[in-house]
Write a protein that binds this ligand. Structure first.
Ligand SMILES: Cc1cc2nc3c(=O)[nH]c(=O)nc-3n(C[C@H](O)[C@H](O)[C@H](O)COP(=O)(O)OP(=O)(O)OC[C@H]3O[C@@H](n4cnc5c(N)ncnc54)[C@H](O)[C@@H]3O)c2cc1C
Length: 438
């Protein structure tokens, strides 16, 4: 599937890697060249390991190259949920691991291979809670480890970030940043090729694998075979039945992004271009101003039928008008015009935590990063690399994440219902909390 996104406008030049055309043998085969698979490949290449990475498409065409480009600490579930599920010490360990991934991505900021990454530090999480006081209470209830990375923004100060009648306060995530995810992936691909050439193969789809006591045999769509001592499944939301049992443990969830045409200069007084923004609903909006005063607007999750491009433009239009009515006054077009709309798939487990580590004697998992993969996929890849290289067993923390059944055909329906319920819960939270306080 080819995506035309805003990131393809100004992407770093890259040479498409060859497809697998003959049988191969290696120690480790990585299936999937999204951020998870590529980050793992980077560490293995650095240690001179004998591996190959295959992707069914061109690197960058799936979620990792088309996402919102928000990178912040944490996971798809919040710290409180981790605390309740796994206890305080494990929640803290998970949080620190997520920070490790974020710092690793950040460390490439000034590297020449990663030019055009458009780094912008600072993500603001906006609150729709009707009262600033309840939002402040929530913030100070947070564990210190989370608070250390962030700062509360009162309603009064929020005006220097966004001008919206709906947002009541915010939390500035100081270590968070936004960036061009496609150029990051391309940079990573180049770095791997510099360290070990000829190990990445594009347009090479795994259609099945069998594991015996000596090797894993991977069959590709064109009939080629790969014999590997160990296999890593890093297929994100794009993996199908070919990944076997694991496919029944997560659900593909779609989310979408729209990018407006260039807006008048005054848009910078409504949305501060120095920050990226998200809101505190379960599936809230995420947005930021990008080059040429265009507004990148991410929205919604769908487990069943994602909106088509026309519907998506309409839904985004409604969102933007609701949160930023003043954009209407400065926008000479009347309705907001769009340059791009696109959707992509994410893999969600029932616990919303990823599956990482060994799950049968020769097969390893590195998938399920949900909507928070830009720091967590590289973080998990660091731990899995340490395990595969025999350097540490830190990856065993993920044994605590249960491999829960996805509900087969009913899973997407249940997920869709859950999402609607969460939306109602968010609405109640926003309106009732303030009433309680009055
Ligand atoms: C629109 C959108 C916006 C998002 N915004 C953000 C954001 O702002 N911040 C954030 O942190 N996260 C965001 N996410 C989530 C984030 O993009 C993902 O969590 C992350 O990219 C997952 O990386 P991955 O490597 O696991 O999967 P992917 O990037 O999906 O890569 C999986 C790869 O596996 C390949 N593959 C699948 N099956 C096979 C096979 N059989 N054989 C060979 N190759 C195969 C695919 O072609 C694909 O390239 C967003 C996601 C989407 C879709």
């Amino acid at each position: 599937m080819l995506h035309k996104t805003v990131y393809t406008e100004n992407n770093l030049k890259t040479v498409t890697c060859q497809a697998v055309v003959e049988n191969l043998e290696c120690d480790i085969a990585i299936i999937g060249g999204g951020l998870a698979g590529l980050s793992l490949a980077y560490h293995l290449a650095k240690h001179g390991k004998n591996f190959v990475l295959i992707d069914s498409q061109k690197i960058g065409d799936a979620a990792s190259g088309i996402n919102g480009g928000f990178c912040s600490p944490g996971w798809s579930v919040d710290f409180d949920t981790l605390y309740q599920e796994y206890g305080l010490e494990t929640a803290k360990d998970f949080y620190n691991i997520s920070l490790e991934g974020l710092r690793w991505v950040h460390s490439f900021k000034d590297n020449d291979t990663f030019k055009l990454m458009d780094f912008n530090t600072g993500i603001v999480n906006l609150s729709l809670l009707k009262s600033e006081e309840s939002a402040r209470k929530f913030f100070f209830k947070n564990n210190l480890i989370v608070r250390k990375e962030s700062q509360f923004i009162s309603k009064k100060s929020l005006k220097s970030y966004v001008n919206s009648p709906l947002y009541q306060s915010g939390i500035l995530v100081k270590s968070g940043f936004s960036f061009n995810p496609l150029n990051f992936l391309i940079g990573l691909k180049k770095e791997i090729q510099l360290k070990r050439s000829g190990v990445i193969f594009e347009n090479s789809k795994m259609i099945s694998f069998v594991e015996n006591n000596k090797t894993c045999q991977i069959t590709l769509a064109n009939g080629s075979l790969i014999q590997a001592q160990r296999l890593v499944i890093a297929t994100g939301g794009y993996g199908g039945d070919e990944i076997g049992y694991l496919r029944s443990r997560w659900l593909p969830i779609t989310t979408s992004i729209a990018v407006t045409k260039s807006l008048p200069e005054e848009v910078k007084e409504i949305i501060n271009p120095n920050f990226a923004f998200s809101d505190d609903r379960r599936a809230g909006n995420y947005f930021r101003l990008i080059s040429d005063n265009r507004l990148l607007w991410g929205r919604g999750i769908n487990a069943i039928k994602p909106p088509n491009p026309k519907e998506l433009k309409k839904l985004t239009q409604t969102d933007i008008k609701k949160f930023f009515p003043s954009l209407q006054d400065i926008n000479s077009y009347g309705t907001i015009p769009f340059d791009y709309v696109w959707s992509g798939k994410m893999a969600y487990s029932k616990s919303m935590m990823p599956y990482v580590g060994r799950f049968s004697p020769r097969t390893y998992m590195l998938t399920g990063f949900g909507g928070h993969g830009m720091n967590t996929a590289p973080a998990a890849a660091i731990l899995l690399a340490e395990c595969l290289l025999g350097l540490s067993d830190r990856v065993s923390i993920f044994k605590k994440v249960p491999l829960k059944w996805n509900g087969y055909k009913f899973g997407p329906i249940a997920a869709e219902v859950l999402y609607r319920l969460m939306t109602v819960k968010d609405f109640i939270n926003q309106n009732m909390l303030s009433i309680k306080e009055q």
